[in-house]
Design a protein around this ligand. Structure first.
Ligand code: KG4
Ligand code: ZN
Length: 338
């Protein structure tokens, strides 16, 4: 079954085609990062306008890259939430309209549930029970996934998401947008033990996270050391600060993910979301999994950030299982994963 997937929940316009077994044939992502950079964050009105301008081309490119025609598509999947209402509407309406016009089965996809399967799509492996860490700009959560469509959220952030903390620290330092890659770059060569930033909730028995405390600690540290703000990103003081901040965030993410995997007695830990592009997180999580005899599946970087490959992949599984969504499905900006 050939499934076309569409994603437009935030600032990436994306379309993908998967074939039987959710094998990705194409995964086209048009990023709007450059468009939003001057504003230091995503401007919803600009995002939706650009989704509208890009969606036709992105879908056409996805079909061409997959070497298939629209006539061959047998099902359509589109993100219905969570995300920005005006952005979600573009991809969802496009997907529903296409399904109606072509008389194709349609499925609305929870974007967070799609993140859960992206590491398996990357690895091309059959799904197994796991604990999944989703770390992005909007979410930080640990999920016990027993099977596709059968999962329990173990914990999530009670304030800022991990990516949001990277973005805010980058802004405090004037390093640029999006903050994660900039902070990671600045952290190269820095001493991760230079500043003992707090590891929020690391030793709590639950699986929730908190990253607003560490961001505030960075702010206070900068007030005490105003000279660091005017240094260039390659200076020792800025690289030590970034390395120490990154290490504190990664320690919490790794510590909680391992604790959750051991508590749920699963063999696999998986990770996806934009922050999963971070090299320190990838290295330290891999080392911690090895120490604890856990297998780690990390989504490829392209499948970590928002993309339609994971939407089409989850859509394929759901459509294949006979699930369908009525075409009056509305965008659900606050859709939760339970
Ligand atoms: O998943 P994503 O593309 O979009 C959503 O938020 O849904 O994630 C974007 C987030 C941003 O906060 C960005 O700063 C962060 O992921 N990020 C990183 C890295 N690359 C992206 N954070 C840390 N290190 C990175 N290399
Ligand atoms: Zn996402």
């Amino acid at each position: 079954m050939l499934v076309l997937g569409i994603e437009s929940s935030c600032d990436e316009t994306s379309a993908a085609v998967v074939s039987d077994g959710a094998r990705i044939l194409s995964n086209v992502v048009a990023s709007q990062i450059a468009l939003h950079r001057p504003y230091g964050g995503v401007v919803p009105e600009l995002a939706s306008r650009h989704h509208l301008e890009l969606i036709n081309t992105v879908v056409t490119d996805a079909l061409r890259e997959a070497s298939v025609t629209l006539d061959q598509i047998e099902g359509v999947a589109a993100t219905c939430g969570p995300g920005l209402a005006s952005s979600l509407l573009i991809g969802l309406t496009f997907g529903k309209s296409l399904a109606l016009a072509r008389n194709l089965p349609f499925i609305g996809i929870n974007h967070m549930e799609a993140h859960l399967i992206s590491p398996w799509l990357s690895a091309g492996r059959a799904f197994e029970p796991n604990v999944s860490l989703i770390v992005s700009g909007g979410h930080t959560m640990l999920v016990h996934v027993r099977a596709i469509g059968d999962h329990t959220v173990l914990g999530q952030t009670t304030d800022d998401a991990a990516g949001e903390a990277f973005d805010k620290v980058s802004k405090l330092l004037g390093l640029g947008y999006p903050g994660g890659p900039e902070v990671e770059k600045a952290a190269h060569g820095g001493n991760p033990a230079a500043i003992p930033f707090p590891r929020g909730k690391l030793n709590d028995p639950d699986f929730d996270f908190s990253f607003s405390g560490i961001k505030t600690s960075v702010l206070y540290w900068l007030r005490k050391h105003p000279e660091s703000k005017i240094q260039n990103p390659k200076s020792k003081i800025v690289s030590d600060l970034c390395a120490s901040f990154q290490q504190a965030v990664v320690d919490v993410l790794v510590g909680k993910a391992i604790a959750a995997a051991l508590a749920m007695r699963v063999r696999f830990v998986t990770v996806s979301g934009g922050v999963a592009c971070n090299g320190a997180l990838r290295d330290l999580l891999a080392a911690a999994c090895r120490r604890n005899n856990l297998e780690l599946l990390m989504a490829d970087r392209k499948l970590c950030t928002d993309n339609a490959g994971m939407i089409a992949g989850l859509g394929w599984h759901k459509l294949h299982a006979g699930l369908r969504t009525p075409l009056d499905l509305d965008a659900q900006p606050n859709l939760q994963l339970r």
